[in-house]
Ligand binder design. Structure first.
Ligand code: UDP
Length: 236
């Protein structure tokens, strides 16, 4: 019996690139797709938001002379590319799924609406909500907070390449320790970089818990769904 009935799974674009940090690792994609299929076949309704950092980030582009709004639009397109890649990997496993886009771009994906997303979830399809919020100056963390709240998910599962939320960056500080749970307020007060402030505030205001875990360890998605004590829960 899964702990959560309906989830919003946030995957970072960078994780999709695996070690190379750029582009898409086919191996990583297949690992993600298999874990997502297993969870879906177990009866969990799964909405997904993927980032685009493995391809393009608007803010980085702005530093190199790109127009910020156009750069963010490029970033949003990058999330669509990643979403199509995941969709294709799920297709290959025979897992029903659909890609919705935050801005109109048929026939690449259907224009997002809550109704479409929820109907597909109820039918057992994995729903990949691409294009972030559709607006510049936001991130896919904020996009996933927004979509998670809209589809009335029980939790946002934030799949990262570290084990949870730490006192400091565990990849830089060997002294960093991990929280098993923490409040949104404390995340904000300590400036912990779980998600950006906008995304954290949106989750806090709408009481959407965030479960941060290491998605790159195969089987961890199932472990979180079974309620095993891994990762960090961010809550009210
Ligand atoms: N982006 C945006 N609006 C959104 C979501 C994303 O403008 O609602 C752009 C922004 O430029 C961002 C890029 O898309 O840098 C990729 O998303 P993100 O950085 O969140 O990807 P991740 O870090 O999760 O791979």
């Amino acid at each position: 019996m899964a702990k959560y009935r309906r989830i919003l799974l946030k995957l970072s674009g960078e994780s999709l690139a695996a070690e190379s940090k750029q582009g898409i690792s086919v191996e990583r994609l297949q690992q993600y797709a298999q874990q997502i299929k297993d969870a879906s076949q177990g009866g969990v309704e799964i909405g997904i938001v993927i980032g685009g950092g493995n391809i393009f980030r608007g803010l980085q582009g702005a530093g190199k002379g790109f127009d910020r709004v156009k750069g963010d639009q490029m970033g949003m397109c990058a999330t669509v590319i990643n979403s199509l890649a995941l969709s294709s990997a799920l297709d290959a496993l025979g897992q029903p799924n659909r890609v919705l886009t935050a801005v109109r771009m048929e026939p690449i994906g259907e224009f997002y609406s809550k109704r479409k997303a929820v109907e597909a979830l109820r039918r057992g399809e994995v729903v990949i909500m691409s294009g972030g919020t559709g607006c510049p100056y936001f991130t896919t963390d904020t996009g996933s907070a927004l979509r998670g709240i809209e589809i009335e998910a029980d939790v946002m599962l934030k799949g990262t390449r570290v084990d949870g939320v730490f006192t400091a960056d565990p990849e830089r500080d060997p002294e960093a320790t991990m929280f098993t749970d923490i409040t949104y307020q404390e995340v904000l007060a300590r400036s912990l970089r779980v998600m950006d402030v906008t995304a954290t505030a949106l989750c806090m205001q709408n009481n959407l818990p965030i479960h941060v875990f290491n998605m790159d360890v195969y089987g961890n998605l199932a472990r979180v769904l079974r309620g095993e004590p891994i990762g960090t829960l961010v809550h009210l």
